[in-house]
Design a protein around this ligand. Structure first.
Ligand SMILES: *[C@@H]1O[C@H](CO)[C@@H](O)[C@H](O)[C@H]1NC(C)=O
Ligand SMILES: *[C@@H]1O[C@H](CO)[C@@H](O)[C@H](O)[C@H]1NC(C)=O
Ligand SMILES: *[C@@H]1O[C@H](CO)[C@@H](O)[C@H](O)[C@H]1NC(C)=O
Length: 934
């Protein structure tokens, strides 16, 4: 772990021209190097080093970089640590994501005492940075280093604090190390040599001398205990090294050790199982060497196993197996097929990835992950990518300061091919096994505040941009407009089914059991609160009551107006009258979600129309709080709409209780209301059970809004409308369609989104929603409407010059909000329109909740004698075509009585009697005459 030697690599050494001293390959054997960065070379130099020397810890001296962004770039590009000035430290300290261990502090040689004073006061105010390491100019001697550390109150240095000290001579270097074994010597590559004779270069330093300085060898033999590991750090064996064998290993770049019996030992010289030396380093107290090698042949052990501790296992074994199969898999074997058929391999990787996502138990997850790793590694080995490459890549990623966004490409966001997006079950993409918490109502979990969800590379909360004028095909736009992925139907159904079954068979006790478990309302004794509701449970401030009253009145007005005052009556043919009249559904169950938001508005939007429709029994259901109570707003509304009871339960158990009824809960005919994926799944399941005889409203999904904005729109309004939907839940989605907006106008909206989002208490939910939200730029209103109709938004907001004129062209939307003065929230709460609207694209075939949702229609028909004449023949003919004789005769018998048809079914006598009965005595039995009357 001791850095020991930090070789400062000169530009010529990197470019490979005019190399003096060590080559870059030789420097890399010591695992660390230091490079000067200038604004011109920083990218290319680092990239070059990273690609060619994967095991190298790369220190970059960034003191010459003036631009702060460049410094961050260096960290992101994979610098292990950077050497910084005190000014740079102050700037970097603003960035929370930078760890002190990434910085090595330096002191300006021009003005050391002022610099030290400034640094000292900075460190006192920012103690976190005291753990950063220091670099010194070693030519000033140890006394200088001591003095500076004393002035900084950092004397003696901590045992684990590395001091980087530059040196130009071997003896000075050895002195520095003798005083602080924890020192790292910085030496220019041009001053180091592997040549022990130093012929003609007497001023050069023999590198093994410096490498070994300060180390402790075995007292008796003078040898170094040496642990040999493979490229991934897996132990292969234990051997000894001498100064001579180390030098030989460095020169030949192979595994060379010191055998106590045989002297210098070139590993594999006789067996052929040679080793390529990757690097060497000392452990923390410099008494044990570590050789990192690439083992060739059968392995390191004389027993021809990879390691002296037996054969390898796990990933190493798998890699070994795959490599040998790649070389000589029997033709036609499965592995050979995998290597030769990239399509098959790709399909297997996707299949296993899917199965891993679906797995729920620990064993299954381990097993599916193992399968996935098998095929993933096969893919890598086929391309000569090794586990070492993968692990180095992981390490490199861990060096990034700005973390990579974790979102999947659009095709995977909705990509569960087994689950068509029309199944209406909602959920989150990243979930594996739903936890109890998730089963709970409203499983919309806010993003952790350190999660970069919904932000761009600069940390701005921003919708992803697309434009129809750029090279985005319709397919790309369509995938960008896909709703966030929904959890697979089957899994949810499997969770929900037993709950429904439990409630169906055990009634109240099962409902109570789940409420105790999921809502933690363990004190609750009854699963239902019956009317009349005690006033003590609806204590509300007067302004809340007034607000509810206003909304209630408006919703009632609008919904009462939807009532049909008179039946519909139509004469379709002479004598054939059809009519239709409505009746309320007698018993309805209204589900009011709890969870992350209190939703009295949903109670109003469902309850008032039910009351206006005239439903006899209105049952509300809502998950209680952990003390067993319901929010007073909901109790107040339940009282106002004349609900007979509130079921104190959420989720599937509430739906089941209303669908089947229990000892204390009335069985309803229809269940309405929004809910999470469990509520939705339960609604689908009970409505599919004919024994339950219950219907449901439309399938519910996460909330969404689409805003169409043109140049007349107010950026602040547009942003606020987008955010008001985004705060519903992390699975919500918001879409902005911008008509011919300039870059400046788009920026203005994005600035507002970022600014307003940060001011919201629910910003972490907002970021989750924004993560899968998009802006699409289009040239014209027609194009905007095309995409809006394609998306079929739940809420459509038109912030455009003349919103009314485009209503005829809107074909799919739950509810439309016209003009800049109409925020979606007005519809959500108070305007009068319903906010229970079709989401997830169901606006293509469903309406939002309206009065009709609580009504059913009965039709009637009435046919006169004249009607028999006009419609009879058609009925008889169609019944004949369908072969339904009784249907046909039911018409014919009437026609025969009226003499409209030759008698085959009735005797003349019977027909006449029947007609007499119908018409009284106006008939005299003369069939000719009967005919004549018609
Ligand atoms: C609200 O409406 C109720 C009638 O339903 C009425 O008694 C009450 O006074 C109203 N309160 C306010 C503050 O408007
Ligand atoms: C609906 O019920 C039928 C018959 O009972 C069953 O086959 C089908 O799988 C059910 N569908 C769902 C979504 O449960
Ligand atoms: C809004 O939805 C609720 C139930 O979801 C419904 O009862 C009400 O009638 C709807 N209101 C309007 C104006 O459509």
């Amino acid at each position: 772990m001791g850095v020991g030697l930090l070789v400062s690599v000169e530009p010529d050494t990197i470019t490979g021209k005019d190399i003096k001293g060590l080559t870059l390959e030789e420097v890399a054997l010591f695992e660390n190097c230091l490079v000067q960065a200038t604004p011109e070379n920083l990218q290319s130099r680092l990239a070059f080093l990273r690609t060619h020397f994967t095991t190298l810890s790369i220190y970059i001296d960034v003191r010459q970089l003036k631009a702060y962004g460049d410094v961050i770039e260096v960290l992101n590009a994979g610098a292990s640590k950077i050497f910084v000035t005190s000014e740079q430290l102050k700037a970097l300290a603003q960035e929370d994501t930078i760890a002190p261990s990434r910085l090595v502090l330096t002191i300006s040689p021009l003005n050391p005492s002022t610099d030290i004073a400034k640094l000292k006061s900075f460190l006192e105010e920012n103690p976190k940075w005291k753990t950063a390491e220091w670099a010194f100019d070693g030519d000033k001697g140890n006394a200088y280093v001591d003095r500076v550390l004393q002035e900084l109150d950092n004397y003696p240095p901590h045992a684990d604090q590395t001091l980087y000290v530059s040196t130009t001579s071997e003896s000075a270097g050895q002195d520095l190390l003798a005083q602080y074994p924890g020192n790292a010597l910085i030496v220019s590559s041009e001053r180091l040599t592997l040549d022990t004779t130093k012929k003609g270069h007497e001023d050069l330093i023999q590198v093994t001398d410096l490498f070994l300085a300060g180390s402790t060898s075995d007292r008796k033999t003078g040898l170094y205990t040496t642990s040999v590991v493979d490229e991934r750090g897996v132990a292969l064996g234990l051997v000894y090294s001498s100064k001579e064998s180390i030098l030989e290993a460095l020169k030949t770049k192979t595994g060379v050790y010191q055998s106590r019996k045989r002297g210098l030992w070139h590993k594999g010289a006789s067996s052929g199982d040679t080793q390529e030396l990757i690097s060497m380093s000392f452990d923390c107290d410099k008494d044990c060497l570590l050789f990192r090698v690439r083992q060739k042949g059968r392995g390191f052990c004389h027993l021809a196993t990879m390691s002296c501790w037996g054969p390898t296992s796990g990933l190493s074994r798998l890699q070994q197996t795959l490599r040998s199969r790649k070389q000589d898999a029997p033709p036609g074997s499965y592995t050979a097929r995998l290597f030769n058929d990239p399509k098959l391999l790709g399909a297997k990787i996707k299949e296993e990835a899917d199965e891993l996502c679906e797995a729920t138990t620990k064993e299954d997850i381990a097993s599916e992950a193992a399968d996935l790793l098998y095929f993933a590694l096969a893919r890598c080995i086929a391309a000569d990518v090794t586990l070492e490459d993968i692990e180095k890549n992981l390490d490199l990623k861990s060096l990034k300061v700005k973390r990579r966004k974790g979102d999947a490409k659009p095709q995977y966001v909705n990509g569960d091919q087994k689950t068509p997006q029309t199944n209406g079950i909602n959920g989150t993409a990243a979930s594996s096994k739903p936890t109890e918490e998730e089963v709970k109502e409203a499983a919309s979990i806010p993003k952790d505040s350190t999660d970069p969800a919904g932000t761009d590379d600069n940390g701005r909360i921003q919708l992803k941009r697309y434009s129809t004028s750029q090279a985005f095909s319709d397919d790309i736009l369509k995938s960008a407009l896909q709703r966030p992925s929904q959890r697979s139907t089957e899994k949810i159904m499997n969770l929900v089914n037993p709950i429904i079954e439990d409630v169906r068979t055990k009634g109240d006790s099962a409902v109570l059991k789940y409420t105790h478990k999921f809502e933690k309302a363990t004190s609750l004794k009854s699963p239902v609160l019956k009317a009349p509701f005690p006033k003590s449970l609806m204590q509300l401030p007067p302004e809340t009551i007034e607000a509810i009253n206003i909304s209630y009145d408006n919703i009632l007005k609008f919904h009462s107006a939807q009532k049909e005052t008179a039946p519909l009556v139509v004469q379709t043919m002479p004598g054939v009258t059809c009519s239709r009249f409505s009746r309320p559904i007698e018993k309805v169950g209204l589900y009011i979600p709890g969870g992350t938001a209190v939703l009295p508005s949903t109670a109003l939007m469902l309850g008032v129309p039910a009351m206006a429709a005239g439903c006899k029994n209105i049952v509300l259901a809502s998950p209680p709080r952990s003390d067993g109570t319901i929010t007073p707003e909901i109790v107040y509304i339940a009282d106002k709409i004349g609900a007979e009871a509130i079921v104190l339960a959420g989720g599937a158990q509430a739906v089941a209780a209303m669908a089947y009824g229990t000892e204390s809960i009335t069985k309803v005919d229809k269940i309405l209301g929004p809910g999470n994926q469990f509520v939705t799944a339960a609604k689908m399941l009970v409505s599919n059970d004919t024994t339950a005889s219950v219907s449901i409203d439309m399938p519910a999904g996460p909330s969404e809004v689409l805003v169409i904005a043109d140049e007349t729109s107010q950026p602040a309004f547009v942003a606020s409308d987008l955010l008001s939907q985004a705060e519903h839940g992390t699975d919500s989605q918001v879409v902005l369609i911008a008509i011919a907006l300039s870059e400046a106008q788009l920026q203005a909206i994005e600035d507002e989104v970022h600014r307003q989002a940060h001011a919201l208490p629910r910003v972490d939910i907002v970021r989750g929603a924004i993560e899968h939200s998009v802006t699409i730029s289009v040239p014209t209103l027609a194009e905007a409407l095309k995409w809006s109709n394609y998306y079929a938004p739940e809420h459509l907001i038109l912030q455009i010059a003349d919103p009314k004129s485009c209503l005829p062209d809107i074909h799919n939307a739950g509810s439309v909000f016209l003009g800049k003065w109409t925020p979606e929230s007005v519809g959500d709460y108070s305007a009068g329109v319903n906010h229970s609207l079709p989401t997830y694209g169901y606006a293509r075939q469903y309406s939002g909740v309206n009065l009709a949702s609580f009504m059913k229609h009965i039709t009637s028909s009435e046919v006169s004698e004249e009607g028999v004449n006009s419609v009879g023949k058609a009925v008889v003919e169609l019944a004949r075509v369908e072969g339904l004789e009784a249907h046909k005769r039911a018409m014919e018998v009437r026609m025969e009585v009226l003499g409209l048809k030759e008698r085959t079914f009735l005797s003349e006598e019977k027909a006449v009697t029947a007609l007499k009965d119908i018409r009284g005595d106006a008939v005299d039995g003369d069939s000719e005459k009967v005919n004549g009357t018609v």
